[in-house]
Design a protein around this ligand. Structure first.
Ligand code: CAA
Length: 247
């Protein structure tokens, strides 16, 4: 590796995001993330510092094209041009479709899927010029198999992989790989918000018999980054404890 590579992890202050930020810092990358709430982000950054992690912060809601562009510009100013982008920011607004509101639909599509356009668009040209890049979508098992109560979320997560396999083709000759990771149920606040009785039924369907850990997703992210991984592009890596084994 020549200069220290810069990694932008969207939604880095969340459960999986924090583990990715730590893992990439440990691997020697300069890491940046975005935030919407200054107080929460400030507390997160202070906690990270206490554990020895220096993560650059830039304000911006990834569901807004203008804010995402400003956020990328700020990361570039603070840390340098983005070499590695992990599109990790995501939300749920679960509910059966026959009761779903336009707000539940649009919030999820905007934050999980339109964000991928908003953040990737301002970084792709620089990656093509520098002839190196890594773009990773953090999708979900539920984009692969569907989930009762998640028509909005599953549509957004399946869309992320459609994006991956198109972008992978367009950018392979520029030294840029584009891949998807599809986590299963991970022990984060998002999964803990699922009613306990429902969650217990889900865990019973996981062959490993437990939820995954954020660190297990961060490990998969790190796998795609080194030069040795240059021929892995357009893949969808399931990290789900065996809950869904599509091929
Ligand atoms: N299959 C069949 N029926 C199901 C079902 C399933 N998987 N889940 C719920 N139902 C049934 C219930 O048994 C109930 O039936 P009865 O009325 O006959 O008792 C009925 O659906 C309830 O439906 P409602 O429309 O009244 O829905 P609700 O308001 O009670 O809530 C729900 C339904 C929001 C879908 C709730 O069950 C839920 O939160 N489910 C979990 C969804 C889930 O897995 N979300 C993942 C979040 S984590 C994440 O997204 C991270 C990741 O990437 C993995």
């Amino acid at each position: 590796m020549t200069a220290t590579r810069v990694a932008l992890v969207t939604g880095g202050t969340g459960g999986i995001g924090t583990a990715i930020c730590k893992r990439l810092s440990d691997a020697g990358y300069k890491v940046a993330t975005n935030y919407r709430n200054e107080d929460k982000a400030g507390r997160w950054q202070a906690e990270m510092k206490e554990s020895g992690y220096d993560v650059f912060l830039a304000r911006g809601d990834v569901s807004s094209p203008d804010e995402a562009a400003a956020m990328v510009a700020e990361v570039t100013r603070q840390a340098g041009p983005v070499d590695i982008l992990v599109n990790n920011a995501g939300i749920t607004r679960d509910g059966t479709f026959h009761k779903m509101t336009p707000e539940q639909w649009h919030e999820v599509i905007n934050t999980n899927l339109n964000s991928v356009f908003n953040v990737t668009r301002p970084v792709i040209e620089g990656m093509r010029e520098r002839k190196w890049g890594r773009i990773i979508q953090i999708s979900s098992i539920n984009g692969q198999k569907g989930q009762y109560g998640q028509a909005n979320y599953a549509a957004s997560k399946a869309g992320m992989h459609g994006f991956t396999i198109s972008l992978a083709q367009e950018n392979a000759r520029f030294g840029i790989t584009v891949n998807t990771i599809s986590p299963g149920y991970i022990g984060t606040e998002m999964v803990m918000a699922v009613p306990e009785a429902v969650r217990e039924k889900i865990v019973a369907q996981i062959p490993t018999g437990r939820l995954g850990s954020p660190e297990e997703i961060a490990y998969a992210v790190a796998f795609f980054l080194p030069d040795e991984a240059a021929w892995i592009t357009g893949a969808n890596l399931s990290v789900n404890g065996g809950q869904y084994m599509g091929w």
